[in-house]
Design a protein around this ligand. Sequence first.
Ligand code: SF4
Ligand code: SF4
Length: 477
Amino acid sequence: MRPSMFNVRVPLPERDELFLMNTLTDTQLVVSRDVGALLDRLEAEPGGPDRLSADEREAVAALAEHGFLVRDRETERRALEHYFTGVREDTSELRVTVLTTLQCNFACDYCYQGDHGDYNQHAAKMSLETAERVARWTEAKLDEIGPQAFALTFFGGEPLLNLPVTYYLAERLWAACQARGVKMHVNLITNGLLLTPEVVDRLLPFGLTGVKVTLDGDRETHDRMRPLRGGQGTFDRIIRNVRAVADRCRISIGGNFDASSVDSYPALLDFLRAQDFAGSIAKVAFKPVVRAAEASRPEGFIPLTAVDRHGQPLGATCMTSAGAGSATGACDTCHFADEKMAWLRDETRKRGFSTLDGVHMGPCEIHRRHAHTIGPDGSLYACPGFTGDAALSTGHISGATDALQRRAAARFERLAAWKDCQDCAFIPVCAGGCTTAAHAELGDLDKPSCHKASFEAGVVSLAREAAAAAEPQLVHS
Ligand code: SF4
Ligand code: SF4
């Protein structure tokens, strides 16, 4: 027996104990410090020290039961492969993200899409005819996979700029799910400007469970970061809209920060806490803005968020691990991002809002065979971060795929950047980081995009919570 490579530990000096987590089995324990010493002995002597006391044998049995001790590395690596296969082949839920349009009514400073120049005149918008084909394609997937649940996410651009397609897909796929006994959830990711009770009421009967709205800092900062084309602020109108729908559905608040805006987030959190709808906010989570460098922007590619002041990209449409920070040093702000993400998580929790724990961040949907992103023209992508990058489209809902798409699909099928991560304890919850970020920052989607410091900070927060819990599970040796 030897300690698992997926053990992470945090000392709890005030309790003279250790917080122990195994990221593969997702078990968390608070143990006495002598258990830490016992693990060290077992690491030094993988066969097991000759003489274990009765108490130590009992502790070894408990640790082995929870995956903190394993037979050997080979067995554990096989278990890891098995775990990723399980994630990839999981059929319990079909997830489809539909970009109803790439048009946007905002002119965000950090986004080269949106209402800049003549972008909106040329940006693609899904037609009802394509939406009908998307519905047929999705129904065929439901029949092929037989999931228990179906998650439909509307995204863009600004998805509410194409309400006919949004309503059509929600209604038709709701009927398809009802007929098949599948539980359906609809999520809407919107900038909030066109969010009204009418939109929410129209979607609620068809499974709307969550609306995610972006606020990029306090009023002044948000209005600077996310203005309309004429420079008018959008904060007050978004807040009014959120207030108007908050008693109807779950609201999540997201935000994209950079060095110039991050310090305004505590003021935003204070503002949100003081609102009459604060109790309706289900989750708050912020991430660094990624501003793709000019040269690395494929036409139509959706950056989503972030880039730093040097113009280096840090992430993508969505992410579990933002930014670069790899040994190649593509981005020199990764420490800033990691530190600030941990700090913002703490600030968010302090104000009583639920947020990401910083550890359970993946594997993201790019590692799931039954998660699909569909662009406005019906093209398929491995995840929202690659939408619009035609060279990396993996197919089309029509079934007609060209050689380029087949090659891209095969690349994503083989994706396993974590294999370069050696014995990192966070592989099961990180999987090598955001593939879109690796592609944008490192020019290689097979390379890890590492934000280990952010995971380490997340474990420290989990440890603090465990220490504060009344009766944490305790193992003695
Ligand atoms: S690779 Fe994963 S984390 Fe990155 S944009 Fe795609 S789904 Fe999001
Ligand atoms: S990318 Fe970094 S944190 Fe993620 S698994 Fe690899 S080494 Fe670990």
